[in-house]
Design a protein around this ligand. Sequence first.
Ligand SMILES: CC(C)(COP(=O)(O)OP(=O)(O)OC[C@H]1O[C@@H](n2cnc3c(N)ncnc32)[C@H](O)[C@@H]1OP(=O)(O)O)[C@@H](O)C(=O)NCCC(=O)NCCS
Length: 178
Amino acid sequence: MLTGGKVGLRARHEDDIPILRTELYDDVVNGSRSEAGPWKPITPGSKDPRLVVDDTKETSVQFSVVELEGGSLVGTATFWGIDTHNRAAHIGLGLLPAARGKGYGKDVVATLCHYGFVVRGFHRMQIETLADNVAMLRAAESNGFVREGVLRSSAWVLGEFLDEVVLGLLAKDWNPKT
Ligand SMILES: CC(C)(COP(=O)(O)OP(=O)(O)OC[C@H]1O[C@@H](n2cnc3c(N)ncnc32)[C@H](O)[C@@H]1OP(=O)(O)O)[C@@H](O)C(=O)NCCC(=O)NCCS
């Protein structure tokens, strides 16, 4: 398990799946804001790739996020679009509603940076988020990510097009203590 200050990132366990499905992916607003495609319900027992991890896939790594104190599940964290030639990857995270606003998101990003830069030797990490997602922007920027651009009206979200912000962090600029 990877450990941060408040959270741990571990493998997906079978009993995480119903919790993530009902508390995270059944939420139409959260799903519409966090996923690239349209929200759809996930049938219990389905092998939806957001829930059931394929360990043989080289282009992504999926973690379950747990509280270090007590070990309870608080969300998911993902490396996706891994590009081993350019040594770059994208990151994403989603916390259960009760776990938001407690500093876990910031700690998950810090722990993902450790995994990306130290464990994997990446050169660059990237985050895309909606321009109004203040908590995600702050969690990224407080770990050293900088805004590199705005994708205007790029995301169809619940009846309107919203802007997305692209943030990047290079290994040479990463300060694990930020
Ligand atoms: C986005 C998310 C991962 C952030 O994690 P979090 O644990 O809630 O955020 P933290 O408590 O670590 O706070 C990070 C920063 O955002 C601020 N913040 C937290 N919630 C906020 C809110 N609702 N509004 C404004 N600022 C907020 C904190 O004050 C903190 O700022 P600081 O660095 O200046 O101290 C989490 O809220 C979440 O899972 N949201 C739903 C899914 C989502 O949006 N995922 C990202 C898709 S790209």
